[in-house]
Design a protein. Sequence first.
Length: 455
Amino acid sequence: MLSIKKININIIILILLGLTLRVILFNLYTKHNNYKIPIDSNQYNEIASKLAEKGNFLNADNTPNFFRLPGYPIFMAVIYKIFGKNQTTMLFIQIIISLLIIYLAFILSNQIFHNTLTSKITALIFTIHPGIILFSGLQASESIFIIFLLLFLIFLFNGINKNKIFYFIFSGIFIGIAGLTRNVGEYLFLGSIFAILLLSKEKLLLKIKHIITIFLPYFSIISIWFIRNYILTGFIFLHTLTGQHFLRYNAVHILMDINNCTWESPHQELFKNRNNTIKKLEQKTHRVLTEIEQDRIALKLAYNIINQNKLIALKDAIKQIFITCFTPYSFMFLNLPPGILFNQHTSTITKIKYYLTNTIKYPIIIPFIILDILIDLILLIGFLFFIINAIKHKNLFNISIVLLFFTLILISITLSYGCARLRIPAEVFIILIASFGLAKFLYKFEKINDKRINL
């Protein structure tokens, strides 16, 4: 075992390396491409700007925002308020803050596996992971979300290990904050229930008490947004993304498959139907429908198409999950021609050609693409070694089931639209799993001390 001083030096070196890589990519590529993900970044910036100026969550037209969750806009607005509305400054601060991920990942890995080599590998992967590096310099919620996710997990495993209410309270707080940053709070809470039931050595009643202890602060935090939306609309909801998302992706993909057509045609048809339905209801009720009512209309239209074509919907869901699992993060470096990713007639080979040839304009991303592919292969190898060792060693079985459970539920919710970005929540668990597998591969230590794992 390394001394605390040596560990701290190693982490400092990794943080400095992480900072260097993030600044290089940001200065040579990201800032020249407006630091933006289409649609998402513009909306975050509009909401954050209004929040900094007027203190309210508003869209560009000064109507209340219901589409986006408040976590990331609050982060942006605080920086705008303190340092002025400068996107470069905001993102550089985000890059600095995102370096916490490296340290938190080291702590979490050590709490779960109690092995220094595993923890160092985990921290190293988070340091050089192209997806983590890229999102630190984009107007997107991923980096901030990962910090809250890691804090939730650190307090959760501390609570399970030490059986102290204090840790479960903070675990619930960070689920709530994470759930208002990215819409996965309920899945994290479900994972925490599973972890407590499987890993805690306490009696069932005490396990239930711990679950309730997590739920209360979690629900209290997200209730703030429920109450705000209810006051403004008379409906209880978190956001208005669900219906549009299922209509734009699930339903469109099904019609693309049935009609053998491109993305644009069914998309226009479905949203025309949605708009006509909204118009008829507004004429019937003599009022403008709220945003959540419009979203529920979209959800109903999508559900009808999915329900009528269950097998096609299942096939597409599996396809999208597969895409999420295996698409390199470096695909986001590309400015593909409009519609190419949605065009059913565009071959995979053509897409790969765009992926490889569009790097010429910015040669700096070539090593990031190579690193991205290598990291994916390394994670796959580590993942397989973890599974092998989990089968061999009984003391690893429960923790492996918990980590895999978190991974599967967070991957499964990407069934509407597959892309590497949606893998980010699950990637945290994939890296943890793979790091232990890689440590076993490198050191081939025969077993882990049961007393030290204490799970």
